[in-house]
Design a protein around this ligand. Sequence first.
Ligand SMILES: C[S@@+](CC[C@H](N)C(=O)[O-])C[C@H]1O[C@@H](n2cnc3c(N)ncnc32)[C@H](O)[C@@H]1O
Length: 327
Amino acid sequence: MQGHTPQSVADAAAVATLLQIGAEIGADQVLDSGGTFSAARMAKAADVPLAGITTYLTALLAAGLIVETEVPGDFQVAADYSDLRHQAGYVSWAMHANGPFIDNARAFLIDPVEAARTHRRDGQRVAVSSRWIGERAFYPQIVERVVAAGALRVTDLGAGAGGLLIKLLHEHPARTATAVDSNGAACAAAREAAHAAGVHERLTVVERPIESLVDDPGPVAGAEAILACYVMHDIVADDSTARNVLGALRDALRPGGFLAVADAVSYAQGPEERKFSALFTYLHATFMSVSLPTEQEWLDKFEKAGFSQTRTVPIGLPGGRLFVATG
Ligand SMILES: C[S@@+](CC[C@H](N)C(=O)[O-])C[C@H]1O[C@@H](n2cnc3c(N)ncnc32)[C@H](O)[C@@H]1O
């Protein structure tokens, strides 16, 4: 990896595995809460024996991922925990979330349709690693835009566990938000997270496919900002669906509002992004039957749907772009 020492690569691999073990046992909620915690509290939250958690915490402490507090037996995450978790997200997504694709690569290359039916990824693993990446790579740029525009009615399409909207709800007490996702588990996770964050009264969660907004735009009607992060590539592959869905979003926006789409472009060639972008593009094409648009093809899709201006903003995810469409 250019610009990275073997030590930093070893660090990212080690942190990814340690944190992924935490996610698998349900201890990530405790680590990510930002508060202090004891081994007993983590054992209760994860519903595993105290002895197992004690040895897990010994490893996290030795790695410098957590530190002891002034209260004996209490811990908190280290100051650089979220930076390390962000780097780990790339390793977890690439190697772990995509594990079924890697393990069954031969089957996918022989009969991709049949292999895709049989070898599915674990949605929870995809969502967790995506959040670790997204929280640093593109949530901040979107939050900044929504806040700068003073948008108080916001809808997030393919909202997953609702992390981006919860951040936005924390930013302004008068803001209301709608999360749309076709996956029941993602919707349940968003409701749970909104309750835990105390913003559930201002968040509506709608379990529906984005495509259904063409016939019933209720969840986006009158929104000042419509967001869609790493979900539109599934929808815009077909030209007429792209025109219909993006056109419906444009029509539904309040005058002066904007559509912000964070997504990937096909085989980005920048020196710092080409490797991750190549993996992302290849996995989508061969293992998920999704052909990613180039940057120009994305821009054409917004124009064909009637948006008069689309700006491309770089984001921190290699091969990713933020498209802000208006008019
Ligand atoms: C890669 S995740 C991204 C989650 C979130 N936007 C983020 O950036 O962290 C994609 C999400 O879109 C949802 N999704 C995929 N296709 C969808 C569709 N056609 N309609 C609604 N949601 C969809 C999935 O259930 C998943 O929660």
